[in-house]
Design a protein around this ligand. Structure first.
Ligand code: GDP
Ligand code: IMO
Ligand code: MG
Length: 420
């Protein structure tokens, strides 16, 4: 079976930490979508690591980390990540396998991303500028290059063709750019990546399943950033939900096992777009400070607010979440009481459904307030107030909470029930 870990909010829920923790129980840890727009932070033995393309199982000996066909790869960032890890004695080469079908981010994709954002002015998406949108556009537009192409004779021909398309497109934008140095770095990285193991997606993953290997699929971004079901157009360019595990790895739906949905005990978002329970006051500022809410990929301050249950209910439905994990419960210690958004008020009517137009519709969050807890000990029994919060979430979302995370470290985790 393939168990899935994914974010239920707008990303940065703490997926990396939970994947790293659970990786020990699996044989293969697989990324299935997104690319270097992701930033997954892990603290292992007090040391901080941030992963962008490499799955968060890379620190575990004897585990295979697989970059699936649904992922988009920037050779420069991937190589940098590999070199950083290897410099810290993490043997990446024999732990990493890449699907030949994963699409490549070209230097011109990144320029197009920046040019498109610049042209949007105030209504920009707030993209991480990693070239994600333009690369997925070329993938669905059937123009993309895949990492398997780097081993083919006609790679340069295909590259030049796509690059010249991009240069033509760039003429539409009045945007200055420099390509030569990035291109040089890109080809250097490609050369080095040629020695990494590439596989035919479908046979690789299905043979692994057939031989009884346990697979953990690691999501990037969050369900509210999903291209179909997120706060469109303020979303990323991939499907970020459980369904994407099938297309992003090449497995059938019958192979999906547990779906472990991660939510912070509050809520954050980085970049533009709707965020009904955002707190644009000193309370939000305090959440940002206490939670150290700054982007792992871009360093941008994250927007902060209380947890949004209508949105969580929606993302639990889309994903078929079977187990919930709450992260950053320790951060709410800094408050005597905290809010949870239980309903939206739209045009004077209370609802727990997300409207089609979240961008222009005025959505007023309706809050209930809960008492906070003191320090959380690493025992099986939660403080009474935290237990009350967990019970409320379980009832509202009709899903069991399996773990509560109370700090960034690998061991700062309370398992309420065994996940595997
Ligand atoms: P991801 O993208 O979902 O993997 O999450 P990020 O790494 O972008 O952001 C989550 C941040 O919260 C990271 O800095 C983690 O180290 C940190 N973190 C994760 N879980 C906890 C927790 O339970 N408590 C605290 N204080 N920090 C946490
Ligand atoms: P992880 O995996 C939070 C956001 C960007 C922007 C929008 C589109 O760390 O949770 P893109 O670069 O994809 O075109 O940006 O999506 N975004 C994320 N926000 N966490 C992420 O990943 C994100 N990846 C993209 O900020 O609003
Ligand atoms: Mg992140």
């Amino acid at each position: 079976m393939v168990d899935v870990i994914l974010g239920l909010q707008w990303g940065d829920e703490g997926k990396g930490k939970i994947v790293d923790y659970l990786a020990d129980k699996y044989d293969i840890i697989a990324r299935f979508q997104g690319g270097p727009n992701a930033g997954h932070t892990l603290y292992i033995e007090g040391k901080k690591y941030v992963l962008h393309t490499i799955p968060s199982g890379i620190f575990r000996e004897g585990k295979t980390n697989y970059i699936g066909n649904g992922v988009v790869i920037d050779p420069i960032t991937l190589l940098k990540e590999i070199e950083n890890l290897e410099a810290q004695n993490i043997p990446v080469k024999n732990r990493l396998i890449i699907s030949k079908r994963a699409n490549l981010i070209l230097p011109t994709h990144k320029i197009l991303d920046a040019a498109s954002e610049a042209s949007k002015g105030n209504s920009k998406i707030g993209s991480t500028l990693k070239g994600i949108g333009p690369t997925y556009m070329d993938k669905t537009g059937r123009n993309g290059l895949r990492i398997g192409d780097i081993l083919q004779d006609d790679f340069m021909v295909k590259y030049e063709l796509l690059k010249s398309k991009h240069l033509q497109l760039l003429q539409v934008y009045n945007y200055d750019f420099e390509l030569e140095e990035a291109e040089e770095q890109w080809f250097e990285a490609i050369e080095k990546l040629k020695s990494y193991q590439q596989v035919e997606s479908v046979y690789y993953i299905n043979e692994a399943l057939k031989s009884g290997k346990r697979i953990l699929a690691e999501g990037a971004q969050g369900s509210m950033l999903d291209i179909d079901f997120g706060t469109y157009p303020f979303v990323t360019s991939s499907n970020t939900i459980t369904a994407a595990v099938c297309t992003g790895l090449g497995i059938s739906p019958q192979n999906i096992g547990e779906v472990i949905g991660i939510t912070k005990a509050y809520c954050t978002r980085v970049g533009g777009g709707p965020f009904p329970s955002e707190l644009e006051d000193e309370v939000g500022e305090k959440l940002r400070k206490e939670g150290a809410e700054f982007g792992a990929t871009t360093g941008r301050p994250r927007r902060c607010g209380w947890i949004d249950l209508p949105a969580l209910n929606y993302t639990c439905i889309i994903n078929g979440v079977t187990k919930l994990v709450i992260t950053k419960a320790d951060i709410l210690n800094a408050f005597d009481e905290f809010g949870i958004c239980t309903q939206y008020k739209i045009d004077g009517i209370e609802t727990n459904e997300l409207p089609f137009d979240m961008v222009n519709k005025k959505i007023e969050p309706v809050y209930s307030y809960f008492k906070s807890w003191g320090n959380i000990e690493n025992t099986q029994t939660l403080p009474q107030e935290l237990q009350a919060y967990v019970t409320y979430l379980e009832k509202y979302l009709n899903t069991k909470v399996s773990m509560v995370s109370n700090g960034p470290g690998r061991e700062q985790l309370i398992e309420l029930e065994a996940i595997k």
